[in-house]
Design a protein around this ligand. Structure first.
Ligand SMILES: [Zn+2]
Ligand SMILES: [Zn+2]
Length: 252
């Protein structure tokens, strides 16, 4: 199994040292992970210690290490995104939408955005960004594609057509979708994407990776019992892997 989206530095919580990386690897190994990808947020790009990563990759016996990055997709910041996405020899690049009009939708201390916007309009703006991120061609993987549900603030109108349109764009783009268990640790209490959305993606042949989005070692592969059941129930039998930006596959 793989865990392809997680943070060692997290939000500047700890340095990227060989020891810290190997601690994540140890948990990964205990939980049956064969490949683990470190994908810091791009705003912590300067905290990525490539030498420490490379040394840990040499030392790690049971878990193959990959290096990625999670780019915060913001329309209009193409130059910053391109710079960050090419700064290091990544195995793959994740593009994630965390913002609408450059304001975060997933920050528990900044919920004003949910007051400011009519919820349906906010969802529309969010999914417009998701489609744009997928179709931008910048990223191998689309991070947690329905993050906007995080605080359980749902529109009172049916969003199925919005999700179908987004699934069409994702399929057209060829991007791989992140099935991300972090939602289980948030107010929504479910995996990103939802089962309905994942079914739309599966029907269109969209490939997936699995991740915990861990921000601490004990969160590596957390929630995977539920992720594995979800993807299996929907019909997935393999996940995508990356090395040096080349795509492979692993059976579930
Ligand atoms: Zn994210
Ligand atoms: Zn993340």
């Amino acid at each position: 199994m793989i865990d392809y989206h997680l943070h060692v530095v997290a939000h500047g919580d700890r340095p990227m040292t060989v020891e810290n990386i190997l601690q994540y690897c140890e948990v990964a190994h205990e939980r049956g992970i064969r490949q683990m990808g470190i994908t810091e947020h791009d705003r912590y790009l300067d905290d990525i210690d490539l030498a420490a990563f490379q040394e840990a990759r040499e030392l790690s016996q049971d878990v193959e290490l990959r290096l990625g990055i999670e780019i915060d997709f913001v329309p209009g910041q193409e130059e910053r995104m391109d710079r960050d996405a090419t700064a290091l020899p990544y195995d793959y690049v994740i593009g994630s939408v965390h913002r609408v009009d450059n304001e975060e939708v997933d920050h528990p201390d900044h919920l004003e955005i949910y007051e400011k916007w009519e919820t349906y309009d906010l969802y529309e703006a969010y999914y417009r960004n998701v489609r744009e991120a997928a179709l931008s061609g910048r990223f191998e993987i689309l991070g947690h594609p329905d993050l906007i549900k995080i605080f359980r603030k749902f529109p009172d109108r049916d969003i199925t057509p919005m999700l179908e349109e987004t699934a069409d764009a994702i399929a057209e783009s060829g991007i791989v979708v992140d099935v991300n268990a972090a939602g289980l640790r948030k107010p929504i209490g479910e995996i990103y994407p939802s089962k309905d959305f994942l079914q739309m993606l599966h029907r269109r042949g969209v490939p997936i990776i699995l991740s915990s989005d861990a921000h601490a070692a004990d969160q590596v592969a957390a929630g995977y019992d539920k992720s594995l059941k979800l993807v299996h129930d929907v019909g997935y039998r393999e996940v995508v892997t990356f090395k040096d930006r080349e795509r492979g596959a692993l059976s579930l």
